[in-house]
Design a protein around this ligand. Structure first.
Ligand code: BGC
Length: 365
C-alpha cells in the first residue's frame, strides 16, 4: 500500500515536472540585433525556438526504436533563415497568415492596401511579415513567451497590434497559445508554419494523413478561395480516412494542378472555438505519429510543393519538393474579403486567443 502510494507520487511528480528551458544566442542580424534560441526539453521531446520570427528551429522526437531525430525542416545555422525569404520555415506568420486577394480589403468602408509578394496577392503578412522580425522573449514554466508589437500602419495594416505567442512543452506535446489585441480595428490571422517530416529525411509522400474535415476551400489560379465550400467526397481532398500524401497528389484534378499538389485550406468539422483534433499523421517506416489539435476553424495542409532545393546560408542545406508538409491551423485564406467565412476582424478592447498543439507519438509495426 505504502509502496503504491510512493510510486503514484513519483509518477505524478514526473508528469507535472515542467520541461527545462535554456537560452543561448543563435545568431546576429546584419544590423547587429542578437537572436536568442530557447531550448525546451521534456522527458520525450526537445524543441528549439528562436526569437527571429518566433520560429521553431527543430523538434527532436523518438522513432519506434527510441532513436531521437529532428522532424522539422530548417537550417543548422542562423544565416540560412535570413537568406531564405520564401519558405517561412518554422515561423509564426502574420499579421495575416496566408493570402489576401490583390493585397486589398475594406474595414468600415475604408480601403487598405498591403504588400503584394506572391503572384499579385499578399502572402503571410507582406514583405516584412512577423516571420522576419525579432520578437521579445522571456521564459515561462516549461516554455517561452514571445511578444511582438506591430505598429499602426505596419505593412499597411491598421492598428497597433500586440501579439503574444507562448510555446510550452508538456511531455510529448508542444502547445502554442496565441493572444492578440489592437488599438484600432484590424484583421489578424496568426499561425505557425513548421514543415514536418516524421521520417527525418526523404519525401513525405508516404506519410498517412487524416483530416477532421468534410469540406475545403477551392481556389482560383492564384490560390485565392472562390468562396465555395464543397464536400471532399469523391475528390483527392478526402482525408477523412488515413491516406498517404502521395496516393492522389498527381491525380488529374484542376485544384491539385493549380497548386502543384496540396496547398489548400480544409474546413474543420464542428468548429466552435473549443479545442478539437484537426489532423493525425503517421509515418510507417519510423513509426512516428503527430496529432494536431486546435481551436481554429481551418487548417492549411501544404505538401511543400514550392520547395525547390535552393541552398541558403553558409551550411548550404537544401530542401527539395515534397520533403516537408505544413499543417497551418488558421482562419480561412482571404477571410477579410469573404464575409461568410469566420471573421478575422479584431476590434479595440478585445483580446483574442487561439491554441494549437503538436503531439508526438510512436507506434508499433
Ligand atoms: C502557402 C504556400 C506557400 C508556402 C510558403 C503556405 O502557407 O499556402 O502557397 O508557398 O506557405 O511560402
Amino acid at each position: 500500500m505504502r509502496l503504491a502510494r510512493v510510486i503514484l507520487l513519483i509518477m505524478t511528480t514526473a508528469m507535472a515536472a515542467h520541461a527545462t528551458v535554456t537560452k543561448t544566442v543563435f545568431g546576429t542580424l546584419p544590423d547587429g540585433t542578437a537572436v536568442d534560441l530557447y531550448t525546451l526539453k521534456s522527458d520525450a521531446v526537445e524543441a528549439r525556438i528562436m526569437t527571429y520570427g518566433a520560429r521553431i528551429v527543430s523538434i527532436q522526437s523518438a522513432d519506434r526504436d527510441g532513436t531521437m531525430g529532428n522532424v522539422t525542416l530548417g537550417y543548422s545555422a542562423f544565416d540560412g533563415y535570413v537568406a531564405d525569404p520564401s519558405t517561412y520555415f518554422g515561423a509564426v506568420v502574420g499579421r495575416y497568415g496566408n493570402r489576401i486577394a490583390n493585397g486589398e480589403f475594406k474595414i468600415d468602408g475604408h480601403d487598405y492596401h498591403v504588400p503584394i509578394n506572391n503572384n499579385g496577392q499578399s502572402l503571410h503578412g507582406g514583405l516584412i511579415g512577423f516571420d522576419k522580425l525579432v520578437w521579445q522573449a522571456h521564459p515561462i514554466a516549461g516554455g517561452v513567451e514571445m511578444t511582438l508589437v506591430s505598429k499602426d500602419g505596419d505593412q499597411g495594416y491598421p492598428g497597433t497590434l500586440t501579439a503574444h505567442v507562448r510555446y510550452s512543452l508538456h511531455h510529448n506535446a508542444l502547445r502554442i497559445d496565441y493572444s492578440y489585441s489592437t488599438d484600432k480595428t484590424t484583421v489578424v490571422n496568426l499561425t505557425n508554419h513548421t514543415y514536418f517530416n516524421l521520417a527525418g529525411s526523404g519525401t513525405v509522400l508516404g506519410h498517412e494523413v487524416t483530416l477532421s474535415s468534410d469540406q475545403y476551400t477551392p481556389t482560383n489560379k492564384v490560390l485565392i478561395p472562390t468562396g465555395e465550400l464543397p464536400t471532399v467526397e469523391g475528390t483527392p481532398f478526402d482525408f477523412r480516412k488515413a491516406t498517404t500524401i502521395g496516393a492522389r497528389i498527381g491525380a488529374d484534378n484542376e485544384q491539385l494542378k493549380i497548386a502543384g499538389g496540396y496547398d489548400h485550406n480544409w474546413v474543420l468539422r464542428g468548429h466552435n472555438g473549443e479545442v478539437k483534433t484537426a489532423a493525425r499523421v503517421y509515418e510507417p517506416v519510423s513509426g512516428r505519429g503527430l496529432t494536431v489539435t486546435t481551436t481554429e476553424p481551418g487548417v492549411q495542409f501544404y505538401s511543400g510543393n514550392f520547395l525547390d532545393g535552393a541552398k541558403f546560408g553558409k551550411a548550404g542545406e537544401s530542401h527539395a519538393k515534397n520533403t516537408g508538409f505544413c499543417l497551418e491551423t488558421q482562419h480561412y485564406p482571404d477571410s477579410p474579403n469573404h464575409p461568410a467565412f469566420p471573421t478575422t476582424l479584431l476590434k479595440p478592447g478585445e483580446t483574442k486567443h487561439s491554441m494549437t498543439t503538436f503531439t508526438f507519438s510512436t507506434h508499433a509495426k
